[in-house]
Design a protein around this ligand. Structure first.
Ligand SMILES: Cc1cc2nc3c(=O)[nH]c(=O)nc-3n(C[C@H](O)[C@H](O)[C@H](O)COP(=O)(O)OP(=O)(O)OC[C@H]3O[C@@H](n4cnc5c(N)ncnc54)[C@H](O)[C@@H]3O)c2cc1C
Length: 390
């Protein structure tokens, strides 16, 4: 008998069929069952984590906000769903990393039920038989305990076990300098790029609070600026080869350089992906109840401030006023909802190609949207194991 008895790996259509019959059982608890009003201050298209956080902040600041989510559950890619009866899955996104600490505290996500467990151990790399070591090492496990990490790495290379500590310190310094940039509002890079003279560029830099803060943050790195440049531009392989000699360690660290990207560790720029995955103020963790617990806590926060959240409501069109400004939305059932602020949590492609009349957008802008590359290397299989032996 096959020991890896995966009872259920469903095809997409079967999953859809199944969810249709099942979705009432695990629905979003903070959503409203009544109809949306005809007017709000702000309408948010889509209830992914970004839409929900925006809704919570807007509503908290007194702006009457409504979220319209087309699925039966809010959360977007960060959802927990009972795909197989009796088993709940983090259906797409599965580990929490970049939730900003101020969002966690501002929206009181702990009070709203979010509990996180540190990802420890963080990685387990089993080796094929030909790579087993004479000292008995058959795998490499890394986690939060520095001494244990050193002992684990030393089974493959004494030199690497010492270098690892310095590598971690260096990366932490780089992260400390660039992580605050994640919290700045979007920089006006166009003025900077369009300026023709050097003085014009300096002026644009000085006038943009965001670029100024980013420059200050990076300048604090001093002698580590070349190391930051290397991470931003080089392939992860050249950075890891520079620090380490053992293949199991380099292979393990490389996984953070390729997750979610159409690149390999030898692709220039994969160094940044590596650095990106070292960030995360709340630490890498697994939420109790799966990733849906994160978005349910966000929905609970938004609802507690008074935001209206609706599921099974798809927006089919963004309405514009005579000046070409967004003035509301129309749902797929033809209901019009007026709002002075319209925010979209859908992709730029959906927002600008599907929901807005094309005549409203400059051709250059449309071309830029069309050229966005949405190719993804991700495939996720959610399965239920009857039993599992190694
Ligand atoms: C398989 C997979 C695994 C991942 N793993 C991780 C991970 O482990 N850790 C991590 O940090 N990130 C992970 N990610 C990335 C992360 O999940 C996404 O970046 C994140 O969920 C994006 O959030 P969002 O709110 O911007 O958009 P989404 O989560 O995409 O939410 C958009 C919402 O808008 C709704 N919507 C769209 N159009 C309309 C419309 N016309 N009307 C009404 N509603 C609409 C959608 O139904 C959806 O609910 C993963 C992604 C995938 C696909």
């Amino acid at each position: 008998m096959n020991p890896y008895n995966i009872m259920t790996i469903m095809t997409v259509s079967r999953i859809q069929q199944f969810l249709k019959s099942f979705h009432m059982k695990y629905y979003s608890i903070h959503t409203r069952t009544s109809e949306p009003s005809s007017t709000y201050d702000a309408v948010i298209i889509g209830g992914g984590h970004n839409g929900l956080v925006a809704a919570a902040y807007l509503q908290k600041s007194g702006i009457q906000t409504c979220v319209l989510e087309k699925r039966h559950i809010v959360g977007g890619a960060a959802v927990t769903e009972e795909i197989v009866p009796g088993f709940k899955f983090s259906r797409a996104s599965y580990v929490l990393s970049l939730l900003r600490p101020h969002i966690y505290s501002d929206l009181e996500l702990k009070k709203h039920g979010l509990k996180m467990y540190s990802r420890n151990p963080s990685s387990y790399t089993p080796l094929r038989e030909s790579a087993w070591q004479k000292n008995g090492a058959r795998s490499l496990t890394l986690g939060l305990d520095e001494l244990r990490n050193e002992r684990q790495i030393a089974m493959f290379s004494q030199k690497d076990s010492q270098a690892y500590r310095h590598y971690e310190e260096k990366v932490k310094r780089l992260v400390t300098a660039i992580e605050p940039i994640l919290d700045l509002s979007v920089a006006d890079t166009m003025t900077f790029l369009r300026a023709e003279s050097v003085w014009g560029k300096i002026n644009a830099l000085l006038r943009s609070p965001c670029l100024r803060k980013a420059a200050t943050s990076v300048s604090l790195l001093g002698a580590d600026i070349p190391a930051l440049y290397e991470f931003l531009t080089a392939p992860a392989s050249s950075i890891l080869n520079h620090w380490f000699e053992s293949e199991p360690l380099k292979a393990t660290l490389s996984t953070d350089a390729v997750i979610g990207t159409m690149t390999g560790p030898y692709t220039p720029g994969s160094g940044y992906v590596l650095l990106h995955h070292m960030m995360g103020g709340t630490g890498w963790s697994y939420p109790k109840g799966g990733m849906g617990a994160v978005t349910q806590a966000m929905a609970a926060a938004a609802a507690s401030y008074g935001a209206h959240i609706f599921t099974n409501v798809e927006v089919s069109r963004i309405c514009l006023n005579g000046d070409g400004q967004a003035a509301g939305v129309v749902t797929s059932e033809g209901r019009e909802i007026k709002a002075t602020i319209v925010m979209s949590n859908a992709t730029p492609y959906v927002t600008f190609q599907k929901l807005l009349p094309q005549a409203a957008l400059p051709e250059k802008f449309q071309a830029a949207i069309e050229s966005i590359n949405y190719a993804s290397p991700i495939t996720k299989i959610n399965g239920q194991y009857n039993y599992f032996t190694v």
